[in-house]
Write a protein that binds this ligand. Structure first.
Ligand code: BG6
Length: 503
């Protein structure tokens, strides 16, 4: 997050995509690179080398990408611009575990360096299934392809980064035997979202909000990441993951950390990541008893989302008919630090919910009731500050105002800011900033080893308790509803309720 980012294209480099025949490459990575070309942020000396098992020639790969870009580009494709970009795509077919793949890669990279002037800087993107991460890293190390000698070698690692605390730690250990931490870029695509990056700017760039950002003024915080889609054919992966691993440990903890962390000393990568780690470390660990009362699991059954009928999760492809995997989670977390002591953070996420909404809603404390003795407490409008991460990106503030008329009655009104009104909409896949940052060596928006491990250390005990319990009677919410009843009880027990989100 340095000013440098605005002024220059990324360093000359080759981006080597492992798993280039998969979905991520055609849906996100190539469209993001194309957007970077359009905004003059991609270096002229740039190339992509796709590596995958699928048998294809470089020509085949170029043709495939040229077809796919028309489907997945976020704005219209300029033929001339694409033509010159397409010429910089190369492909190598090979097994990820086979040393000869890396010998061939080395030769190809030398050729590409000559043809494209990429100067031996390599950005490796691991877009494969996670079970290949260790092998690829090991092979890159053995082949000398991770060594920096007057050049740079960086690796972007996709999620999931481990499946619990031990596996994440083991993966970190393996990677660090090949790479220095400064070469490792663990990606969380939520950090590529403008509205997520704006959380820090909003908090620390405005004198107005920071003084009230603490337990004296804030009653509680609700973080919702709702998806209206189901598992969309990803049953094979999702069965082994579930909502807690898939969304909470990574994306939701990023939102929590940015919302609640202390001001960093600067926007330099380590300064920001130090504060994030400190915040995540402050999450009170849940005892097994607390897991029972402060966490809620759900799985969707048949229902209707936006007028279309949705099958039950258990009938999705590659999902067990008696699956115990959760597609919904709600949690109550407390932070053990000076700023947040006593302020609950309620998190919920789920699939097949009524709408797609990601938001952080901050509810401020009620006023003392002296002046409004006649008004029932529940009718006094709470002050809500809502950071809308997606869609309808913006920020709104709800406060009470006098309803015009002879009597003193209060109604809730909203002050609303929409990004689109002020800044227009910028076509984006969400990966542009992250790829660009890696090309300029800025790791601020990437996770450090300790960030990931702390996240896992919070969710692993929850997973352990869930595993030890008798199977849940799933499904327990209908697709198209806001999750199981227990998710509502979680807040009602504390005299609170989820903010109403209109579909
Ligand atoms: C991914 C999860 O990391 O994030 C998916 O694996 C989820 O299950 C997706 O659908 C949500 O991302 P976004 O950007 O659409 O909110």
């Amino acid at each position: 997050m340095t000013d440098e980012r605005l002024n220059r294209p990324g360093d000359p480099c080759v981006m080597v995509i492992f798993g280039a025949a998969g979905d991520l490459t055609k849906r996100k990575l190539i469209p993001a690179l194309y957007n970077l070309v359009q905004s003059n942020l991609l270096p002229k000396e740039f190339a992509v080398v796709g590596v995958a098992r699928a048998q294809m020639s470089t020509d085949d790969f170029r043709q495939k990408m040229s077809r796919d870009i028309h489907e997945f580009a976020t704005s219209s494709v300029d033929a001339q611009l694409w033509d010159s970009f397409e010429k910089r795509l190369y492909y190598l077919s090979g097994e990820f575990q086979d040393p000869s793949t890396y010998e061939q890669l080395q030769e190809l990279l030398a050729t590409v360096d000559q043809e494209c002037g990429t100067r031996g800087n390599y950005l490796y993107y691991l877009a494969t299934a996670p079970n290949f991460f260790n092998d690829i890293m090991w092979q890159l190390g053995t082949a000398g392809l991770a060594r920096e000698e007057g050049t740079w070698r960086r690796v972007i690692i996709e999620k999931p980064f481990g499946h619990d605390f031990d596996s994440a730690r083991a993966l970190n250990k393996n990677i660090s035997s090949v790479l220095k931490e400064s070469q490792i870029y663990r990606i969380d695509h939520y950090l590529g979202k403008e509205t997520v990056q704006n959380i820090l700017v909003f908090r620390f760039g405005n004198g107005l909000f920071e003084p009230v950002w603490n337990r004296r003024y804030i009653d509680h915080v609700q973080i919702t990441v709702a998806e209206s889609v189901g598992v969309e054919g990803r049953g094979g992966y999702y069965e082994g993951a579930g909502a807690l691993r898939d969304m909470v440990q990574n994306h939701m903890f990023q939102l929590l950390a940015l919302m609640a962390m202390e001001p960093p000393l600067s926007f330099e990568a380590d300064a920001v990541r130090d504060e994030k780690s400190k915040l995540l470390r402050a999450i009170q660990p849940l005892s097994p008893e607390e897991v029972l009362t402060q966490t809620v699991r759900g799985q969707y059954g048949v229902g209707t989302v936006k007028g279309s009928s949705v099958p039950a999760y258990r009938t999705e492809s590659r999902v067990a008919p008696d699956s115990g995997t959760e597609t919904f989670v709600a949690l109550k977390l407390m932070l053990d630090n000076w700023r947040w002591a006593g302020v609950p953070f309620y998190l919920r996420t789920g699939k097949a919910l009524p709408s797609r909404v990601t938001e952080i809603a901050i509810q401020f404390k009620h006023v003392p009731f002296l002046l409004f003795r006649q008004t029932p407490v529940e009718q006094l409008t709470p002050n809500f500050l809502v950071l809308r991460i997606q869609p309808n990106e913006g920020i709104s503030l709800q406060f009470g105002a006098k309803v015009p008329g002879p009597s003193v009655r209060m109604g809730a009104v909203q002050m609303d800011f929409e990004y689109a009104d002020y800044f227009g909409t910028q076509p984006s896949t969400g990966y542009e900033t992250l790829l660009y940052d890696c090309m300029i060596g800025d790791a601020t928006l990437f996770q450090r080893a300790d960030n990931v491990e702390i996240g896992w250390s919070v969710v692993t005990p929850i997973l352990d308790v869930w595993k030890a319990l008798p199977p849940r009677s799933f499904p327990n919410y209908a697709a198209g509803t806001w999750g199981p009843k227990e998710a509502f009880d979680l807040l009602e027990r504390d005299g609170r309720q989820w903010r109403r989100i209109d579909p």
